[in-house]
Design a protein around this ligand. Sequence first.
Ligand code: ADP
Length: 532
Amino acid sequence: MLPGRSDAFLTAAPDHGGELYSPALPEPEPATVARGGPRGIVPRVAMLAPDLLRTQAFVGGRWVDAESGETFAVLNPATGDEIARVPRLGASETRTAVASAAEALPAWRTRPAKERARVLARLASLMADRSDDLATLLVLEQGKPLAEARTEISYALSFCEWFAEEAKRVDGTIIPSPSADRRILVTREPIGVTAGITPWNFPSAMVTRKSAPALAVGCTMVLKPAEQTPLSALAVAALAEEAGLPPGVLSIVTGAAEDAPLIGAELTSDPLVRKLSFTGSTAVGKLLMRQCADQVKKVSLELGGNAPFIVFDDADLDIAVGAALVCKFRNSGQTCVSANRLLVQSGIYDAFVARFAAEVSALRVADGFADDVQVGPLIDEPAVGKVEEHVADALERGAEMVTGGTRIEGQFYRPSVLTGVGPEMRMSREETFGPVAAIARFDTEEEAIAIANATPYGLAAYYMTGDLARAWRVGAALEYGIVGVNTGLISTEVAPFGGVKESGIGREGSSYGVDDWVELKYWAVGGLAPAG
Ligand code: ADP
């Protein structure tokens, strides 16, 4: 068992016991992927408790259809089957949701923090009680392995727990006054009505990572989940309602891909909305930031990354391979902190590539419900198309395929390793967002740092080294919001998640995560008689 692997990989990873495996002798590649349980989606959907499979949007505390009556399909990425249809909301319903968030705000923001905390703590506990259902729903609409889905649900509810605690600590400061008849105070106040727009790769966790801190400090929120994965967001809302969240404090507006610009335009142009928090692509993030500029709305943006994963000669090979596997292949490589560029120093290069490629070729690709699955499908056809384009571009420009390199069937792509990947290739410049590891060789520490920083992005970077002095040196030189040292897993609710440069603005999680949802108010209190 390699250290540094996620729970999902721990269950199924073959133990190579430290022996080097030649990538020339990969495991036989499956012609098709394994399916978990009964073929087809209907049995899994039928197993879900109906109170969590919500097919209406949640606006102002009511479960509603679109005014047009139109719906769109949510598909299972493993089979292409339709799981459910949900409403296509637009500008009008979004306006209603914002109005109800504004109406709910005065009572919510003035409610004692301890009471707001109680609601969030109850939500966390309901999510824990229902984690099997929530995880099943997540696998159905997103495709990730069930073990990873369970991990995501506990990550998602951890934000409710954490910010339930933080709610009680949104305190202020009294600053020593420069004059005897004055007092100077600073309070931290909720920003007001806020908007959240979330992506499909962590359909449950992104909802709570935004809404829990907002609600904890006394803001209200209208949230638009990704069109591929609205069901997990609606399930969280159903549990929030059960937990006693007052109507209008959190609304979920669902929409198809074509509706997103309309909903986004409404959220960014309504003067009642004071802040937008977005996680998704850099292009859409920049667009939304421009839209927010007109009213100088606050923004938090968590955008693309182009994470370097550096393996130095002095790294522990077990740790490096284990960390690279989990960092690259978790969620089929569809995370913004996924290792996008593996940079391996010459002295360890051959050993690392051999060992890593053997591990990659042994990864079990299957439906998220299959036993021991490690890599599920990609989210949709365009996602597979992008991976194929990146691989074709790299091969054309001289990279070498060590293992994988093809689609298996449907939206399943074989876990792959490419070597000789150069900076001019698309894989090095853009997020591939798929199960393909791109490896480049380097010679010196300075060279690795220069390559790592040569990107407009700056979310997460990883490096593997056994040298303490190097660990401090390299960490200081990397222009990233997050650095993973001898680990490929960095996400936790107790730490601040976020990027620098074009990867974003703001931090989510930890006590710093409160700052994104409050404004400072400075009180100058004059006319006080000097003491004595
Ligand atoms: P990805 O390419 O990973 O799907 P996107 O940035 O397109 O990332 O999507 C992230 C979220 O942004 C989703 O909820 C999506 O519906 C939403 N979105 C996409 N385009 C817009 C837009 N023009 N305005 C508002 N939201 C948008």
